[in-house]
Write a protein that binds this ligand. Structure first.
Ligand code: FES
Length: 374
């Protein structure tokens, strides 16, 4: 901005007395700016064409506001919980992500198009060439730049285009609200309201309701097929992924599918080779059944499924950030960003010889959260 200045710079008193127009001209001269072309978009004010242009800009801001409102409504009220396939509810659920993506995307796009159209249709057409200078700006530069900006604002006519001003404010306001709701929305529902519920973060689908037995169910890929397990079904050195099953849910298609979808349900069932040296966690010495151990499959770092198992070393690898858990040593982390051991599910067999959970996990599974002590 500041380069060589003409000797006859105005004094502070003269600057204070100058009109905005005079300051703009002075600023242009001081900045070595040569206006090659300058033309008002609407030299005659208030024509029908100008009004039409104004309405087209306002329309885009209005679309931004409406789609922002649609986003807010969808984010807060659209059915977002997983529903089993082939139902009307599933169809609505499957639209949740596209709907919030489309409405938020349309809102920001409409804001951008509105702003773009406004500059195209209302800002004066100007072609200027300016020489570049080095160093900081002088007081004269600062005063004249402020005048130039104010002048540009006035010439753009924004001050007298209340329709555009209002719709732009509305569009930006609603969009801003949407952006705010996005990170805060998750906090609206209080996950601690009922910490005894099996749906709270303290519990998993392994929690028994009314004392009903919870079996370890082998997952075959078909959510309707219920395959319960006996200890002899798993070979030494082998592992299976299992999910909870209750007899009361045998004919309940929704419950059968949900048991395999719930994020904190998957458990790794491992059978170690006889004679394998195992270190058990204090207080959990009887959580295993013979050589069979059950660990949560949910990585304690960020919740990916940790199931790449190397049976010789007993290391379980999480593919997301390479945490390794030592299942011979109560699931203790050996490498990577995870800091907590994999929670162990206490298991036994019932009178018919089927593997069952003795209780839910005794600690929360998966990543840390604020209310967790460790
Ligand atoms: S989620 Fe497993 S290492 Fe990050």
């Amino acid at each position: 901005m500041s380069g060589e200045k003409p000797d006859n710079l105005p004094s502070e008193a003269e600057l204070a007395d100058m009109s905005r127009d005079e300051l703009v001209r002075l600023g242009t001269k001081l900045d070595d700016v040569e206006l090659v072309h300058y033309e008002e978009r609407w030299p005659v004010k208030g024509t029908r064409a100008e009004k039409r242009a104004e309405r087209s800009v306002a329309l885009w801001f209005l679309i931004a506001a409406l789609s922002g409102l649609a986003f807010l409504a969808a984010f807060l009220f659209w059915p977002w919980k997983y529903e089993t396939p082939n139902t009307d509810a599933h169809f609505l659920f499957s639209l949740y992500t596209p709907i919030i993506g489309l409405t938020l995307g349309l809102s920001i796009t409409a804001l951008g198009v509105g702003a773009l159209l406004y500059t195209k249709k209302f800002l004066p057409e100007e072609l200027a060439v300016q020489q570049r200078h080095e160093g900081g700006s002088s007081e004269v530069d600062k005063a004249t730049v402020v005048a130039e900006l104010a002048d540009a604002g006035e010439r753009s006519g924004l001050g007298r285009r209340s329709l555009i001003k209002r719709t732009a404010g509305l569009g930006a306001g609603v969009f801003g609200l949407g952006v705010l709701v996005l990170p805060l929305g998750g906090l609206v529902r209080n996950p601690w309201a009922d910490s005894d519920s099996k749906d709270s973060l303290w519990h998993t689908g392994w929690k028994s309701e009314n004392g009903e037995k919870v079996y370890l169910r082998n997952y075959t890929g078909d959510p309707h097929e219920v395959q319960l397990l006996r200890p002899e079904d798993i070979e030494a050195g082998g592992f299976l992924t299992v999910f909870p099953f209750r007899e009361s849910e045998r004919n309940d298609e929704h419950a059968l599918i949900m048991a395999t979808k719930r994020a904190d349900n998957p458990v790794m069932l491992l059978r170690f080779r006889p004679g394998q040296q195992i270190v058990k966690r204090a207080g959990q010495e009887d959580f295993n059944y013979g050589d069979i151990y059950a660990y949560s499959k949910v990585c304690t770092h960020l919740g990916c499924p940790a199931s790449l198992y190397e049976q010789q070393t007993g290391l379980l690898l999480c593919p997301c950030h390479q945490s390794q858990f030592d299942v011979f040593h109560y699931g203790k982390p050996r490498f990577g960003p995870a800091t907590r051991a994999l929670p162990q599910l206490p298991i036994t067999v019932d009178e018919d010889g089927y593997l069952i959970a003795r209780s839910d996990f005794i600690e929360a599974v998966g990543p840390a959260f604020w209310e967790r002590k460790s």
